[in-house]
Write a protein that binds this ligand. Structure first.
Ligand code: PMP
Length: 438
């Protein structure tokens, strides 16, 4: 059955029309004309607890009967208080203060501004630069774009962006040298120190990184040695370490935070996506009282968003967190992630244009290459990544893919990141479609 649809007044990235969604349940979507899709990328890594969760829906209904919105500067609300308490309990180290926002970009803006205002409040007003990594993705707003390493997204807006210094993200799996992985990890981390010295240590306020690379690098995992060395360097120069956990947080990689795999101790954590799991537009920044106190003492954090911490979004976030624990999303992400990664490795043996299978939990990715040894990229004109996405789409599987370019890198990749409630049978279903498309 094909449904006739009027011309659309909407636009997003392109003018491409997509099927009209009707309903969703678990890992599946159904369109208005009855076709089923597997949500193989959790609608870019948002729907961590899956669709149609009754506990969350009921909790939201109860909250809607009471109040959906109360402006945060007029009233406190119980769901926000409780969610902040629960999230603080999941943060590393002394990160005990939570600032709510409505999305990932807002969380990153908040982190950049908190870092800067902390510097001013503590008499270090020369410090303002935030070093980022290339490639990386931190959001679509101007401040977040300033630390985003992706020329395709930043080039046009260059006159309006304050571009920040960047170091390469550690693509150690592609390097062909005589170093061990651990040595490569240290080599990439030491690039931070070199960059700090180049910029002038007293001008840098923070370093921002995704603990496991997301959109720009397709689940890039750094060698274990990287993390402790990064912390060491930040400490040496009094620089704040910001972990952008917007994609990696909320159990996506098999631990509550991506950085938990290495017992990381960031100074600021940003989150969104999975904490609302698609039930609410919700984001959060976590920081320690150590950073927040001087800022509040200075007369207040000069930043905020109208919808922040609204009771409906927070009630949804709270119910999502309860379900994430009840359904053991961390454990299932590890179990199903191991299974799916094994299947991807098998596919890369069968199809030599897939290389560098990587990731943790259910944030998995691979490169599409012309040569699996040298990782030489595919010819530009072929747009192989888009072709793969389309072929999967036709077969009812949604996967995520990007082409990243700039700074000597030209690479196609794709990611698989289904809801964390996926079963082994459903993993098999996904892989069968992917294999057919490949
Ligand atoms: N940071 C990271 C690591 C992300 O992956 C994203 C979204 N892909 C963002 C920030 C921005 O989040 P949002 O799209 O919700 O603004």
């Amino acid at each position: 059955m094909t449904i006739e649809r009027p011309a659309s007044h909407l636009f997003y990235v392109t003018r491409l029309r997509r099927p009209l969604v009707d309903r969703a349940d678990g890992i599946y979507f159904w369109t208005a004309d009855g076709k089923r899709f597997i949500d193989g990328s959790s609608g870019p890594m948002v729907s961590n607890i899956g669709h149609g969760n009754r506990h969350v829906i009921e909790a939201m209904k109860r909250q809607m009967e009471k109040t959906t919105f109360a402006y945060r500067l007029h009233f406190e609300n119980e769901p926000a208080e409780e969610l902040a308490r629960r999230l603080a309990g999941k943060m590393p180290g002394d990160l005990d203060r939570i600032f709510f926002v409505s999305g990932g970009s807002e969380a990153v803006e908040s982190a950049i501004k908190l870092a800067r205002q902390w510097a001013v409040a503590t008499g270090q007003s020369k410090r303002w630069k935030v070093i980022g990594r290339f490639p990386s993705y931190h959001g679509g707003t101007m401040g977040a774009l300033g630390v985003t390493g992706d020329l395709a997204l930043t080039e046009t807006f260059a006159p309006q962006i304050q571009p920040m210094p960047a170091i390469p993200a550690p693509r150690a799996y592609r390097d062909r040298d005589n170093l061990s992985m651990e040595e490569r990890g240290l080599r990439y981390a030491d690039m931070l120190e070199a960059k700090i010295l180049e910029e002038g240590a007293d001008s840098v306020v923070a370093f921002i990184m995704e603990p496991i690379g997301g959109a720009a690098t397709a689940a890039l995992v750094a060698p274990d040695s990287y993390f402790a060395r990064i912390r060491e360097i930040c400490d040496r120069y009094g620089i704040l370490l910001i972990h952008d956990e917007v994609m990696t947080g909320a159990a996506r990689t098999g631990r509550y935070l991506g950085g938990d795999h290495w017992n990381c101790r960031p100074d600021i954590v940003t989150m969104s996506k999975g904490i609302g799991s698609g039930y609410a537009a919700l984001g959060a920044m976590a920081a320690s009282s150590r950073l927040v106190k001087p800022v509040l003492d200075m007369g207040g954090f000069q930043h905020g968003y109208t919808y922040a911490g609204n009771p409906l979004a927070c009630a949804a976030g709270l119910a999502v967190l309860e379900e994430m624990e009840r359904l053991d999303c961390e454990g299932n992400a590890v179990r199903m992630g191991t299974l799916l990664k094994g299947e991807m490795e098998a596919l890369s043996k069968r199809f030599p244009f897939i290389a560098g299978v990587r990731g943790k939990g259910l944030l998995l990715g691979a490169d599409l290459v012309a040569d699996p040894v040298t990782f030489q990229s595919l010819p530009k004109a072929k747009a192989t990544n888009q072709r793969l996405v389309d072929l999967c789409y036709e077969r009812g599987l949604i996967i995520y893919s990007r082409r990243i370019r700039g700074d000597g890198i030209e690479a196609d990749n794709f990611m698989l990141a289904p809801p964390l409630i996926i079963t082994a049978e459903q993993v098999g279903e996904m892989v069968a479609i992917l294999a057919d498309a490949l």
